[in-house]
Design a protein. Structure first.
Length: 447
């Protein structure tokens, strides 16, 4: 058993399908018995985090979490507890053995777009080498061979069909828009990507701050919108965005497989071996989808309850927990609510400054529908929970993110949406700061 930020820590490694890559779960189970552990925190990282980046995320989070354990308003509940942490490591990116070139920074679906065909080729090769299964690599090779002739509409149709064939979702989520995207030809999607997509960065009610974003994106004259259409002027840029979207859907499916097939059985095993131990699920970005999938799997008979669930800028549909998305579709994770899988607090942070989730879902919205106005907010059919919180979910509450020391009281059997817009959560990766970790500490203290 390792230590991280003063906590007993063990790495729980899973492959693409959620199969454990070691006997670390057995080690954690035995450690709980030996150490008298009262609380286990299982944490899952997000998209494009390699091993070093994921470990850095966990360390920074736990450093701030540890400081809260001794706070006067929480010490009565937390100081006598003994914690162990299981860090989930899933292949969202090829794990490198050297230093991280990104230094722990979070990358999102908008990264890597370029009007340069060479850059698009490099991203496609990355898809082949890092994300595709061995049996899918020939399909990617066929797509690579088409890059030089994408001005032709028939070639666009074939190119997109090849890419989207990689997303073979056994249990499709109707709230994510993939079926609508797949129903169109590649040339139709390319045409839609030729019109600028306007992503608001300030809510229409005037709350929250305006975020200045560089890297080729431009804000409107009033500073209230972010145009990402400049990425898609050439066929190379459009191909690159379809490629990024394909990778995004692949990783969403993979994160769900890890949660359902890997993390959920781990929770069941821990609870079976140690019925009194509290198990807390924490997930960032697609790690939030991983933990939501874990909770959904725990709803199956015999149901097992997690003691708390914290979704931090989670990357899945803001209708994911809804009984009806407004079009008759049930949220993919609705069972988590109806089966009351979370015994204690269920919290979900969101921020209008989360442009990673915003861009991912604004592109999905454009391609799945026919939007020409600003997209990505809570009224968008294909918005994300990490940007807007839960929508069309009666069992939810909304409140602003509090200052450290201003303790929360979370009702149970509902989703407690916590709005970090306006400075508490400044971007998609800003989930290890003292205010976010304080909210998680308060939820853990309530169990």
């Amino acid at each position: 058993m390792d230590t991280l930020a003063g906590f007993d820590f063990i790495a729980l490694d899973y492959d693409n399908d959620g199969k454990p890559s070691s006997n670390a779960l057995d080690e954690l189970t035995h450690h709980i018995g030996r150490a008298g552990t009262t609380d286990v925190i299982l944490m899952a990282h997000g998209f494009r985090n390699d091993e070093g980046e994921a470990r850095s995320l966990y360390e920074h989070f736990l450093q701030n979490f540890r400081a809260h354990v001794a706070r006067p308003e929480l010490s009565a509940q937390l100081s006598a507890r003994t914690f162990a942490v299981g860090g989930i490591f899933w292949p969202s990116k090829r794990f490198s053995e050297g230093p991280s070139e990104d230094d722990g920074n979070v990358q999102g679906v908008g990264h890597g777009n370029s009007d340069d065909i060479a850059a698009t080729r490099a991203e496609l090769e990355r898809l082949r080498d890092e994300y595709a299964r061995p049996d899918q690599r020939d399909t990617v090779e066929q797509a690579l061979a088409l890059l030089g002739s994408l001005e032709d509409e028939a070639t666009q149709d074939t190119f997109v069909a090849l890419l989207l064939s990689l997303v073979d979702d056994p249990e499709p989520d109707p709230t994510e828009g993939l079926s609508e995207v797949k129903a169109q030809t590649g040339s139709e999607l390319f045409e839609k990507l030729g019109t600028p997509i306007i992503l608001p960065v300030e809510r229409s009610d005037g709350e929250g701050s305006v975020m200045s974003v560089g890297g080729g994106r431009s804000s409107g004259g009033d500073g209230q919108a972010l145009s990402i259409g400049s990425f898609f002027k050439s066929v190379a840029g459009k191909a690159g965005q379809v490629l990024n979207m394909t990778t995004w859907y692949l990783m969403k499916n993979r994160s769900g497989s890890v949660g359902a097939n890997g993390v959920a059985p781990a929770v069941r095993a821990l609870k079976a071996a140690h019925p009194a131990v509290r198990v807390h699920l924490v997930g960032h970005s697609l790690g939030g989808r991983c933990m939501a999938a874990c909770a959904k799997a725990l709803s199956a008979n015999p149901r097992v309850q997690a003691d708390s669930l914290s979704l931090l800028e989670a990357a899945f549909s803001h209708y994911g927990l809804s009984p009806n998305n407004g079009k008759g579709n049930r949220g993919f994770f609705r069972d988590v609510i109806e089966r009351q899988v979370v015994m204690g607090p269920f919290i979900s942070t969101y921020s209008f400054q989360d442009t990673v989730v915003g861009i991912a879902y604004s592109v999905s919205s454009r391609l799945a529908g026919d939007n020409t106005k600003a997209v990505g907010d809570k009224n968008d059919q294909y918005g994300g929970i990490g940007r807007n919180g839960t929508q069309r979910t009666a069992e939810s509450t909304d409140q602003p993110m509090r200052q450290v020391g201003d303790r929360y009281a979370f009702p149970v059997d509902v989703v407690n949406n916590i709005d970090g817009s306006g400075g508490a959560i400044t971007n998609h990766g800003d989930v290890t700061n003292e205010r976010v970790t304080y909210a998680v500490a308060c939820s853990v203290a309530q169990t």
